[in-house]
Design a protein around this ligand. Structure first.
Ligand code: ADP
Ligand code: MN
Length: 333
C-alpha cells in the first residue's frame, strides 16, 4: 500500500529545502540525501554509535537510487520522483541527490497535524564548510535566536478550525524574532481555541499534550547528553493533533496504554491490507502527538568529544518554553 511508483510533493513540509516527496498513501517520505545523512541512517541500524537515538528518529526503510542523469534544468514529470534544481550552492557542490532516503512520514497518522520544525544548535556550519559559508552561518546564528538559545523556529503549520486548512508560518518569522519573542512563538504553535482564536485546542486537551511532549523531549535530551556527537542543522519535529475529537481520543489512548489496558505495539503493523485500510486506520485512536529528531545531513559521531552543548542548550530552551506554556494553560483551567 505504500508503493514508490507514484509520489507527490509532501504538502505538510514546514521547513528545509523543497523536494521532500511522499508516497501515494502518505505513509512514507522520500528525501534526497546528502552522503552524511545516508551514513547516519545506515549506522543507526547497523552500529552501536547512534543506537541510543533509534527510538527518537523516524523509522528508516532504506534508500532509493534514482536512475539516469540529474538534469538540473528539467524535472522528471513521469509521476515518479521529481528532481528539482536545488537552491543552494552547497547542495549543488555536493551534487546529484542520486540517493534518496525512504523514511516514516511522522505526520501521516494525524487527521489535522500541527507541525513545528525547531532547528537545534548554536553552530550552524559544518566542519567542512567553506570559510565563506562559515562567516554567513556565524552571522545567521548571531542575528537569530540560535546563538543565544540554541533553537530557532524554522517553520510551522497550525490548522484553522473554521476552514480545516493548515496555516503556514514561514522561516522568515523564526529568523526575525528575538529570544524574548520565543514564548510568543510557542503560543502561536500551541494556541488555545477560544472566541478570539479560531485555531488551537481547548485548554483541557492542550495541557496533557504539552505535558506528554515535555516528557518525550526530556528523554531525547537524556539520550543526546550521553552521545559524543556534533549535529549541525538538525531539528526537533513536533507534531500534535489539532482535531478536537481525535485529540481527545488520543489522550484517552495514552492513558489506557499507561494503565496497561492497551498494548501500543499490537496496535501497529497491521497495515498490510488492501484499500480502505487507510481510512480505517485514521479513525483508530492513537497517540495525539509525536516528537522526533530529524535532518542528519551534518551529524557526525565524535568519540571523546562529548555531547553537542549547543544542541543540549536548544533542547533546554524548548523544555523551558514548554514549561512556560504549560503554566499559562494551567492558569486557564
Ligand atoms: P532539509 O535538509 O531540507 O532541512 P529536513 O530533513 O529538515 O530536510 O526536512 C525538511 C522538512 O520535511 C521538515 O521541516 C519537515 O516538514 C519535513 N519532514 C522531514 N522528515 C520528515 C518525516 N520523517 N516525517 C514528516 N515530515 C518530515
Ligand atoms: Mn532541516
Amino acid at each position: 500500500s505504500s508503493s514508490l511508483d507514484h509520489t507527490r510533493t509532501l504538502a505538510s513540509q514546514v521547513g528545509g529545502h523543497a523536494g521532500v516527496q511522499t508516497t501515494e498513501d502518505g505513509s512514507l517520505i522520500i528525501k534526497p540525501a546528502l552522503p552524511l545523512e545516508h551514513k547516519f541512517y545506515l549506522e543507526l541500524t547497523t552500529s552501536d554509535a547512534f543506537a541510543a537515538l533509534r527510538p527518537y528518529v523516524p523509522r528508516f526503510f532504506g534508500t532509493l537510487k534514482l536512475e539516469g542523469e540529474v538534469d538540473e534544468t528539467k524535472s522528471n514529470t513521469g509521476g515518479g520522483i521529481v528532481i528539482k534544481e536545488t537552491d543552494t550552492k552547497e547542495h549543488k557542490d555536493k551534487c546529484c541527490f542520486l540517493l534518496s532516503l525512504v523514511l516514516e512520514n511522522l505526520s501521516h497518522p494525524f487527521l489535522k497535524p500541527n507541525i513545528l520544525d525547531a532547528k537545534l544548535g548554536t553552530v550552524l556550519y559544518d566542519e567542512e564548510a567553506s570559510p565563506d559559508k562559515v562567516e554567513r552561518m556565524l552571522k545567521t546564528a548571531r542575528e537569530t535566536t540560535s546563538l543565544e538559545t540554541g533553537v530557532r523556529l524554522t517553520g510551522f503549520q497550525v490548522y484553522d478550525n473554521a476552514t480545516s486548512q493548515p496555516i503556514n508560518t514561514p522561516k522568515s518569522y523564526g529568523k526575525s524574532i528575538k529570544p524574548s519573542d520565543l514564548p510568543e512563538g510557542i503560543r502561536r504553535f500551541f494556541p488555545i481555541s477560544s472566541a478570539e482564536s479560531s485555531s488551537g485546542l481547548p485548554a483541557n486537551l492542550l495541557l496533557p499534550i504539552l505535558q506528554y511532549l515535555r516528557e518525550d523531549i526530556a528523554e531525547i535530551r537524556g539520550a543526546l547528553a550521553d552521545l559524543h556527537f556534533r549535529m549541525v542543522g538538525g531539528s526537533l519535529l513536533i507534531i500534535y493533533e489539532a482535531d478536537f475529537k481525535k485529540a481527545e481520543e488520543g489522550i484517552q489512548w495514552v492513558k489506557d496504554v499507561e494503565e496497561g489496558k492497551i498494548d501500543p505495539e499490537s496496535d501497529e503493523d497491521e497495515d498490510d491490507d488492501k484499500d480502505g485500510e487507510d481510512a480505517a486506520k485514521k479513525q483508530k485512536p492513537r497517540s495525539p502527538y509525536v516528537v522526533k529528531l530529524i535532518d542528519f545531513a551534518h551529524t557526525r559521531i565524535k568519540p571523546g568529544e562529548g555531547p553537542d552543548e549547543g544542541v543540549l542548550k536548544g533542547i533546554d530552551t524548548v523544555l523551558s518554553l514548554l514549561d512556560g506554556r504549560i503554566k499559562e494553560v494551567e492558569a486557564l483551567l
